[in-house]
Design a protein. Structure first.
Length: 460
């Protein structure tokens, strides 16, 4: 009979792979069980053959200069470019360059984690009481709400001010106000992961969805549904590196994992006290870059949107759009929170129709003209994906310490990784997932009985 691996990892996303590589480098045998037919998890890059360009269905930007990502890419001499360009906004059918960032920053800087925690929505209500109903302030608060909801895929009535402050501090440390792309998108990182897994002889069983984990002191037994039916595996240590949404799934739902016995109440409370954000993103490829000539009717010599990076709005379906480069004819629409709830589980044509209508409202371009220019649509519904059940996590009001509690091992048998376990304020990022995998690998290594080092001398 084949020997049990030292560690079984559930999930071949950035967290699981990072942990596997670190564990294998320390001499442990590792098997990864992955429900999908690919590695990467919420990193999902496809190739557009017409433009010979990557299209991201999941993670896209490198936020700032996190060492976890930069060190890997630069060591493999992969070019990284900064996303530059003007940020525009659309209101009442008019396009203009953004001029409200200072006012929004002023609001966000008033958040204070030394005071009792509250939701961002209630924080804004308190601002109204302190600073009155100044129309300019009210408009700035709308943009601030759009930022918090859009960037974090968060419900303003649920997201924690304490968590938002921690996030802002973490962003400052890595210059996260700057965003970057690698040459072939996140496919570059996945290519490095593939090389590392092969070099470390880590076994990855794809199309293998874990259904149950029975655990007791010293051993865990896993039941999974694989390509050839039900399969069982066991190991003295298991690392759970699945998205928060999967941990929150109810027994009987596709993708859910049953723990026998149940996880400790502190762990289950942590899972409840972190929220899974919702997003629908759509990438539209057009026959030409029509936005290069916008706004229509502008004065001669005035700026066009040819070099724009982001377009912001208060649209109820797709409030945020961006362009991936100055050359490619792609526009990406971002529908967070309530927008995503309305779009999730709908057909691609439904999503596309609403994306086109949103662009019509924001740019003034006739919808029929946009439809005639449209050549290709790319979309993935992460909420309806049973092995994700959402986009990425954020902290709920009153949930201080939940991420740390989620990350804490159980009986040195069950270990946890993933962006939702990040306690540094970097939740929702690929670098947080990678850092969590490295952290979990250290915890597993430290939990092992002390191993003799060949050639070492004992003290006399």
């Amino acid at each position: 009979m084949p020997q049990d691996p030292d560690v079984i990892i559930i999930g071949a996303g950035a967290a699981g792979i990072s942990a596997a590589v670190a564990l294998a480098a320390d001499g442990l045998t590792v098997t990864i069980l992955e429900a999908r037919d690919r590695i990467g998890g919420r990193i999902f890059t496809v190739h557009d053959s017409t433009c010979n360009a990557p299209v991201e269905l999941g993670a896209e930007f490198i936020h700032g200069r996190p060492p976890e990502i930069w060190e890997l890419l630069t060591s493999h001499k992969i070019p990284i470019t900064e996303v530059e360009g003007d940020t525009w906004y659309s209101t009442n059918g008019k396009l203009a360059l953004c001029d409200f960032f200072a006012e929004v920053d002023n609001i966000l800087e008033k958040m204070d984690d030394r005071k009792p925690d509250q939701s961002f929505e209630n924080f804004l209500k308190d601002c109204r009481g302190k600073y009155g109903n100044d129309p300019d302030l009210e408009e700035a608060k709308k943009w601030a709400t759009g930022y918090v909801s859009g960037f974090n895929a968060a419900d303003p009535a649920l997201v924690s001010v304490h968590w938002l402050v921690k996030e802002m501090r973490a962003e400052e440390k890595i210059q996260a106000d700057r965003i970057f792309h690698s040459e072939h998108g996140y496919a570059d990182l996945l290519g490095i992961f593939e090389e590392q897994l092969t070099a470390c002889s880590v076994k990855v069983q794809k199309n293998t969805a874990v259904r149950q984990i029975k655990w007791r002191r010293g051993k865990a037994e896993i039941t999974a549904q694989g390509p050839d039916g039900e399969t069982s595996l066991s190991a003295p240590r298991v690392l759970i590196a699945v998205p928060l949404g999967v941990l929150q799934a109810q027994t009987g739902q596709e993708g859910a994992i049953r723990f026998t016995p149940k996880l400790p109440e502190k762990k289950r409370k942590a899972i409840r006290n972190i929220a899974m954000g919702k997003v629908i993103r759509v990438t539209l490829r057009f026959r030409e870059r029509f936005w290069d000539e916008l706004p229509k009717g502008r004065k001669k010599g005035s700026k066009s949107m040819a070099g724009f990076s982001f377009l912001l709005s208060h649209d109820e379906w797709f409030p945020t759009w961006w362009s991936v480069s100055r050359d490619l004819p792609f526009l990406i629409g971002w529908a967070p929170f309530r927008c995503a709830e309305r779009l999730s589980s709908q057909s691609e044509s439904f999503v596309t129709d609403h994306a086109i209508q949103a662009l019509h409202r924001l740019t003034g371009m006739p919808a029929q003209e946009l439809e005639a220019l449209l050549e290709q649509v790319y979309c993935h519904d992460w909420q309806a994906d049973p092995f994700s059940r959402g986009a990425y996590s954020y902290g709920k009001v009153g949930g201080d310490g939940a991420e740390l509690a989620l990350a804490t091992p159980v009986e040195n048998i069950l270990f946890f990784a993933g962006e939702a376990t990040d306690a540094t304020g970097n939740n929702g990022t690929v670098n947080a997932a990678m850092a969590s995998g490295n952290r979990a690998a250290r915890e597993i290594i430290e939990s092992l009985p002390r191993r003799n080092i060949l050639g070492s001398k004992s003290k006399s």
